[in-house]
Ligand binder design. Sequence first.
Ligand code: BG6
Length: 482
Amino acid sequence: MSFPDGFLWGGAIAANQTEGAWNVDGKGPSVADVAMYRPKLDPKDYAAHHAVSTASIEAALADPDGTYYPKRRGIDFYHRYPEDLALFAELGLKVLRVSIAWTRLYPTGEETEPNEAGIAYYQALFTEMRRLGIEPLVTLSHYESPVALSVKYNGWADRRVVELFTRFTLTCFERFGSLVNRWLTFNEIDSVMRHPFTSAGIIPENCPDGVQAACYAALHHQYLASAIATEQCHRLIPGSQVGCMLTKLTTYPRTCAPEDVAATQHKNLDNLWFGDVHVFGEYPRLMLADIARKGVTLPIEPGDEDILRSHPVDFVSFSYYQSSTESVDPDAERTPGNTILGVKNPYLPSSEWGWQIDAVGFRISLIELYDRYRKPLFVVENGIGAIDQVTEQGEIHDPYRIAYFREHFTQMKQAVDEGVELLGYTSWGTIDLISASSSQITKRYGFIHVDQDDLGAGTGARRRKDSFWWYQKVIATNGEEL
Ligand code: BG6
């Protein structure tokens, strides 16, 4: 068993969770910059987790301090990227997944010309990555829509945002095309249904037909934008590849009672349908029936279906953190996962945040996705959020992180051996960063520690954890030494 030559071992981060410098060099505010620090919120209460209103946005933008808006400071990657990239190169990364903050190029989303300071920053970033031999894998939208578009149009619920976004993507391909060959369109596009503001800039109080209808409208608009961006990319950058990005939420039946199995089947389809649109270029019949049953009409206009059909993605990328189970028993014990609440699986351990650790589920997911789509896969997020301790000597011993990755890599290797075509793997949060859901930094994912606490105190110094040396060896041996 072995990974193919040229397997892309890497890391993944996102602009809104690392760059900071939220209002520097002409950058405008994005939805992430008004996301409040919520460490103590009950993780089972996702509605409160993603609560947002016009008033809360106004209050956030008027806050002169920003202590409680950690994504505004990130880990200061904007200024420290040369040091961080040098560490990534030392780690041996072949690829680094980053995103481009839309509001660094188009501060409100509506300008007709891009902000040249933003262009210069990303050109410098990608040039340095190339110099170090690290290939950029770039996400065009990772929870970074302009706040101005939320206020004015209710975000992606409004079709006009498609044109504004594809103006931004065109700029990206024109200005960064000589440095970036592989692109992802929307991070976890399915998450529009779980956190509408973060993923689609939707403010619930501004949805006259209900939040659910606004979410489906936003989803359709993102599919269109994704297909249009795919066309632009292929036209402007010969030989380029575009992938979709999905949250893989693998669910098992809690028991083998047929009712549990049927409920589980629906749950899994309701996750897979989102990928189907990108790959097959059309909404699956079952998904359309499901949406209709909910009383929602998709805002499909003449010509839309042609656009979706004409520009499917080249590869399928996804995140995988945990599995969960499903049951029709209303009293079944539940536990959180990545913005979901699943039924607890008694056979699995959990992270400190209750996410159930399931390496075999990773293999199951790889096989399921490859068999369904027959397109190359790319794992672009996987990892464990944990509390790390720094010893007096400044060391970070994180055997739990090494164990998590070792088990997942073993299963990934087996999936490749069983025939799955896998382009690469980027661990999530290769360096500690701000959590998407809670805005904590103390939920640490990295191989590299950042000396910073949740409220921003600390030197910002970077330190290699034990797992750094372990992952370095894994990459150096192309996954042979786990
Ligand atoms: C993924 C997101 O869903 O999960 C990332 O794409 C996020 O942005 C990651 O950081 C982990 O979630 P969290 O809430 O622990 O940061």
